[in-house]
Design a protein around this ligand. Structure first.
Ligand code: 7TS
Length: 416
């Protein structure tokens, strides 16, 4: 259907070569070669990351920051080295502005809880958008309920695009914080977060950016964005599960009270009084996920070695191919925008239940996600129970997209 040369070399990425970096991609499901299109949920891991995890546990496993012995120093160096890599990766001013958490979810919970404790009171408003993941809805609902504040929502249109005039209208002086996703996980929409931040800052309102999806597909520069907080998960960007990032401007992180108490986050403790450690340790109570941080550092190295631009343009080319191919499938309806988007493609086939379509694809070795994708309000907006979502990574191929199309034709035959 297309030429093998095109397949081999997608925009500076040698697809066949990079696929060898991901051991899991060689496995089969139901006897068929795996086609992994669930990258928005979590990505597969390159050998470089697996090796970094194993090396840590085999060669220098030790707790960080606590020992004078060599192992502890090696572990601390690797852990703090990973923090520096993350800081460089998103262009933070200082490594101290990078907090290691368990994931995007914990990063948002941290900000919601600490921000609310100090800055939220009755009558205040927290402004989010209509396309947030549950993890950027529920933590705010919880603190709003506690403080007597209200949660307001920036509306979107039928293409899954935010209505910026609605945002401007809702950005009143009662708004204490805006928390929006850069990229929608269920629609693929890229939101104008730069503009949202600019308008919010005109009114001195801080903005949290949920970059869980964006960090994989777009260059992130927290200083250029002028984001006050930014959250993402290591596991979506080829790192291990259990490790996430909260970036916060130094002045904001200093202004927030600690989230959890325990070891590491203190300077001095007596039964009468505790003084807190400085950044970033103030927000890292207890033994951290040392291996996870080192693994994320290795994942960032891996992406940088491939070249972020190469990765992004390979994804763009695949996305264009997939959009064309899917739109040509009879009875298929894309849920989400047709342009200004990433390769998380939600769709419905005829009026078949997404679960049934997903099951038939699975039998052909094709992994897609079905359901509400932790964005139930998005599904309510479109008045649908859920979608089938194929989410692409740079290691996917056009041949795999052809297999998806063939799988969907089969699903229509079986279900129709
Ligand atoms: N925000 C967005 C935009 C996400 O896509 C996700 C995870 C999260 C927050 C939460 O990340 P976590 O690592 O803390 O769980 N999204 C998905 C998804 O689309 N399918 O599975 C998880």
């Amino acid at each position: 259907m297309y030429q093998s040369e095109t397949e081999m070399m997608v925009q500076g990425i040698d697809v066949e070569k990079v696929r060898n970096d991901f051991p899991l991609l060689t496995r089969t499901v139901y006897g068929k070669p795996l086609v992994y299109f669930d990258n928005a949920a979590t990505s597969q891991k390159p050998t470089a990351v697996l090796d970094a995890l194993e090396d840590y546990y085999r060669l220098y496993n030790s707790n960080v920051h606590r020992g004078v012995h060599s192992l502890s120093q090696e572990a601390t160096e690797a852990y703090e080295g990973a923090r520096k890599k993350v800081a460089t990766f998103i262009n933070a001013k200082k490594a101290e502005e990078i907090i290691f958490t368990r994931g995007t979810t914990e990063s948002i919970n941290l900000v919601a809880a600490s921000f609310a404790k100090k800055f939220l009171k009755e009558g205040d408003v927290v402004l989010i958008s209509a396309m947030e993941h549950h993890s950027n809805i529920v933590p705010w609902q919880m603190v709003c309920a506690e403080k007597g504040a209200t949660l307001q929502v920036i509306a979107m249109n039928e293409f899954g695009e935010l209505l910026m005039d609605d945002f401007a209208r809702k950005l009143t002086c009662n708004v204490k914080i805006v928390s929006v996703t850069y990229v929608s996980n269920s629609l693929g929409t890229i939101n104008p977060v730069g503009e949202i931040i600019r308008q919010a800052h005109e009114k001195n309102i801080p903005v949290l950016v949920d970059a869980a999806q964006a960090v994989v597909h777009l260059p992130i520069d927290v200083q250029a964005l002028d984001a006050d907080f930014l959250a993402f998960s290591g596991h979506k960007i080829y790192g291990p599960t259990g490790l996430g990032i909260l970036y916060g401007k130094e002045e904001w992180l200093n202004a927030l009270p600690p989230y959890q108490g325990g070891g590491e986050m203190i300077k001095t403790v007596s039964f009468e009084k505790t003084t807190y450690n400085e950044l970033p340790y103030k927000f890292e109570a207890g033994t951290p996920d040392v291996a996870g941080a080192i693994g994320l550092g290795a994942a960032i190295d891996y992406v940088e070695q491939l070249g972020r631009d190469n990765v992004f343009s390979a994804e763009d080319e695949l996305l264009a191919y997939a959009m064309r191919a899917l739109q040509a499938v009879k009875g298929l309806r894309i849920v989400g925008p047709l342009s200004n988007r990433v390769g998380s493609i939600s769709f419905l086939l005829e009026n078949f239940h997404p679960f049934d379509v997903g099951e038939i694809l699975d039998k052909q070795g094709i992994a897609v996600r079905t359901g509400h994708h932790c964005t139930q309000p998005v599904m309510d907006f479109f008045n649908i129970p859920g979608t089938v979502r194929a989410s692409l990574a740079f290691y996917n191929t056009k041949a795999e997209i052809d297999k998806l199309v063939a799988g969907l034709e089969k699903a229509r035959m079986l279900l129709g």
